[in-house]
Design a protein around this ligand. Structure first.
Ligand SMILES: *[C@@H]1O[C@H](CO)[C@@H](O)[C@H](O)[C@H]1NC(C)=O
Ligand SMILES: *[C@@H]1O[C@H](CO)[C@@H](O)[C@H](O)[C@H]1NC(C)=O
Length: 244
């Protein structure tokens, strides 16, 4: 009996100010090209997983690091939107970076990446939103019949920031990697934005990986079910590791 209460207690204590479920959500998506229009999951998320009356904006920016997203003004727009919409909506800010931060030329160390993620979350919270950190979407580059795990450091850093600061997170990296491993290279290639682009997603790929994001969110934060549009067929295919 006691054990069955533990997960509930954990959720409640991690998110003491969890908003009421019956208010629509405004989603603000912060990230790089793997979230952005024309290559990421963000537009598919807003178009196919968000229930009526809820809404949002995809601020994913191709090439962005956690540093350039702030320096270039994108983060300022996210915070401005939190202030604009918070009286009518519960605001959730998804924060997903790593693909560009990890490049040697980025000028962003893993420690700076962690500090930048934490600062995004702190500022989103104080502006009136609920931030959710996402570990970075997997690339779909194969070595033999397995996906190359080349975002492990960014995944670990994101989880570490979330856990040590009680910030909500979902592990998109592992969920997306598991799915791509399950369907294999040939099926995974059908989501490529261009035939040789194993990072960015075409429109249908955006819908499929947005469904993975949405299912992870609802699994972790059940109160989001009422503001989420389901696609049980697609969710079942993903869960079974079958091509969609
Ligand atoms: C959307 O908002 C309208 C007007 O406030 C309300 O009547 C309706 O029930 C809402 N629909 C959903 C699905 O929440
Ligand atoms: C739901 O998923 C199925 C299976 O992938 C797909 O064929 C269908 O178009 C999706 N429905 C919507 C409304 O997106």
């Amino acid at each position: 009996m006691l054990l069955s209460f533990l997960p509930l207690v954990a959720i409640a204590s991690a998110s003491p100010l969890r908003p009421q479920a019956d208010i629509p959500v405004y989603w603000l998506l912060a990230g790089d090209s793997t979230t952005a229009p024309n290559g990421g999951w963000g537009d598919g998320f807003l178009a196919t997983t968000v229930a009526s009356n809820s809404s949002g904006h995809n601020y994913g920016h191709s090439g962005a690091t956690t540093a350039s997203f702030r320096a270039g003004g994108d983060w300022g727009k996210v915070i401005q939107d939190v202030r604009t919409y918070k009286n009518k909506y519960n605001i959730y800010v998804t924060i997903q970076f790593g693909h560009n931060d990890q490049k040697e030329t980025s000028g962003v160390s893993v420690n700076q990446y962690k500090a930048n993620l934490e600062r995004f979350a702190v500022e989103a919270t104080s502006a009136g939103a609920t931030p959710i950190l996402l570990t970075p979407l997997t690339r779909r580059v194969f070595s033999g019949d397995r996906v190359v795990q080349n975002l492990a450091d960014q995944r670990a850093a994101t989880i570490s920031v979330a856990q040590s600061n009680s910030i909500d997170f979902i592990d998109l990296n592992i969920a997306s990697e598991n799915y791509v491993n399950a369907i294999g290279k040939s099926e995974a290639s059908k989501y490529n934005l261009a035939s040789n682009d194993w990072t960015h997603l075409n429109e249908w790929g955006g819908v499929v990986f947005a469904r993975i994001v949405s299912d992870l969110l609802v699994e972790k934060f059940p109160e989001l079910a009422s503001v989420t549009k389901k696609n049980e067929t697609l969710s079942a295919l993903v869960k079974a590791g079958k091509p969609a």
